[in-house]
Write a protein that binds this ligand. Structure first.
Ligand code: AP5
Length: 220
């Protein structure tokens, strides 16, 4: 399947993407994780991305689209992928459509995770991620690691993301409403949007998502 995951910061996209990708046997492609990997490797792209991410703004399309395309063209994504954090504005959605058309393939669904803003703020405030791999995500209250400050998956150090500060979170939410939400209407016009609530236990949401994706696929 080829799926786009959309939802506000802290909705649980990364948390669900890891589980859904495993269940559906497709790679999880997160532009946020790709940027964070570039930042920790101190590449030129990482240095550029950091200046935008620290302010809670979108990294320019000129570099983001090429990075996402490069990743989607790798062999493991040949038969499907789960995009997390891309596309993030209508121009990126159009660029993705162009790429898919060139390759003669289509998206199967756009999974929209709905969660109230006060819950998003609580989730982001308590989030801790692993220095070795930013897809290893924990929460100090909702999903604490077995040992405080240590990643259960790989033993790496857990830290709070630089863009999870309250001020930056406000900008990220505003950017989501003004630039990312319009892609939901863009994809509704293509009949691809499946909306589910992202409230409740993580495993329940995974089952909800899998059920909704299965129904969407059956209707096509
Ligand atoms: P990105 O890394 O994509 O961040 P985001 O979209 O803001 O989303 P988050 O990672 O904050 O949240 P999430 O929905 O993945 O939630 P999570 O699962 O961690 O992007 C970061 C930045 O990179 C952007 O601001 C931008 O600058 C740049 N960027 C990335 N892509 C770009 C693009 N395409 N174009 C331009 N710029 C781009 O969950 C949050 C917390 O809640 C965790 O602690 C988790 O444990 C907990 N949690 C999860 N589910 C539950 C649950 N059901 N109940 C209780 N707690 C839960």
């Amino acid at each position: 399947m080829r799926i786009v995951l959309v939802g506000p910061p802290g909705a649980g996209k990364g948390t669900q993407a890891v589980r859904l990708a495993k269940e559906l046997v497709i790679p999880h492609i997160s532009t946020g994780d790709l940027f964070r990997a570039n930042i920790s490797q101190q590449t030129e792209l990482g240095k550029l991305a950091k200046s935008y991410m620290d302010r809670g703004e979108l990294v320019p399309d000129s570099v983001t689209i090429d990075m996402a395309k490069d990743r989607m063209e790798q062999a493991d994504a040949e038969n499907g992928f789960l995009l997390d954090g891309f596309p993030r504005n209508v121009d990126q959605a159009k660029a993705l459509d162009e790429l898919l058309t060139t390759e003669g393939i289509k998206l199967d669904a756009v999974l929209d995770l709905e969660v109230p803003e006060d819950e998003v703020v609580k989730r982001i405030a308590g989030r801790r991620i692993c220095r070795n791999d930013s897809s290893h995500v924990f929460h100090v209250t909702y999903s604490p690691p077995k040992k405080e400050g240590v990643c259960d998956v790989c033993g790496g150090e857990l830290y709070q993301r630089g863009d999870d500060r309250e001020e930056t979170v406000r900008t990220r939410l505003e950017v989501y409403h003004t630039q990312t939400e319009p892609i939901i209407d863009y994809y509704k016009a293509q009949g691809l949007v499946v909306t589910i609530s992202s409230l409740g236990p993580v495993d329940e949401i995974t089952q909800r998502a899998l059920g909704a994706l299965k129904r969407e696929k059956a209707e096509q």
